[in-house]
Design a protein around this ligand. Sequence first.
Ligand SMILES: *Cc1c(COP(=O)(O)O)cnc(C)c1O
Length: 409
Amino acid sequence: MAGDLLNSFTAGPDESGRFGDFGGRFVSETLMPLILELEKEYENAKIDSNFWKEMDDLWANYVGRPSPLYFCERLTNHFAGAKIYMKRDELNHTGAHKINNVLGQILLARRMNKKRIIAETGAGQHGVATATVCAKFGLKCVVYMGAHDVERQAPNVFRMKLLGAEVIPVTSGRGTLKDAMNDALRDWVTNVEDTFYCIGTVAGPHPYPEMVRDFQSIIGKETKTQMLEQEGRAPDTLVAAIGGGSNAMGLFYPFLDDLKVSIIGVEAGGKGVNSKMEHCASLTGGRPGVLHGNRTYLLQDDDGQILEGFSISAGLDYPGIGPEHAWLHESGRVNYVSITDKEALTAFQLCCELEGIIPALEPSHALAHVGKIAPKLPSDHIICMNMCGRGDKDIFTVAKALNFDMEFS
Ligand SMILES: *Cc1c(COP(=O)(O)O)cnc(C)c1O
């Protein structure tokens, strides 16, 4: 693959699922046949026009795609620099980009005749998207969620239950997303025959990182077309928030080989990347290791123990990052930065007040970085950020952080 990489940033992964030194398939022997079966089915689906016809129909009529590309006039005036656009993926059914990928994987599960879907979820957004699509297709849905997250994200737990899913609180480890993903993988091995594991980000063993990226790339493809219609050219800079990295890969991927486009991924800096691991900036503050079936950058201590991430945004506190991002980081094609909780909160408020859009805390990180660079750029410079989720789920967290009294206001 090294040869290909010199010509293209979109050629990966190679046959063994590697992006340079990252990715791959670090799984037990019992899991390997399942992964190979999935890979084969995906390879077939990828070139089957009927598969994509069904996806396009669902994207249009169930999800509400294409999502708009919106010029943020007041934010642009406020920062008095570059022109700021948002890709409005928060307007999708279920309020985030997650459903783009879930639809793809569930259609694949149907092709494979799998009747039971399992998923892991942290903040609950991927769990809700999965429960939603399972309800639509009459499939059994089991969602693994860290016990700690079950407590923190009660509304999403109730949503999943309303949609007919079974939510299993995971108490192993520290009871967070990492542990939920481990339990989901364990479930998959013991229920080989009828179960499909629907992963929510560009992580896991090959072919998941590639497959999830391909499904999310609808974001970047639409952006390319819409920007051409509105501005007659490609954007100069792309910005997206990174948890595992799926909304970012989706926006970035179709632009990777257009080297005039500068690309920035924004990690969650929590209380600051110099704070004692109270952040989840895997690239900025971690180093390579193996987790959840792939090699990538991870938050770990000196003994290689995986550390828990910390962020005001539950959707960003995954201790790893998709392997393709690790590779794009090392190759220098994408620039990775971090934004603190405090900076994200300020951007959250600004977005509400100036654009009438209540953003999720995750894309508030992206907007905070936009606010750092926009003032220094000329007025003909075009920035496009991914508004990957709406903020309804986060209002209680924000109220608490701002000391806002929810009962008497
Ligand atoms: C889940 C989620 C994220 C983090 O996941 P990625 O795979 O990094 O995109 C970011 N934003 C929102 C709104 C989410 O729901």
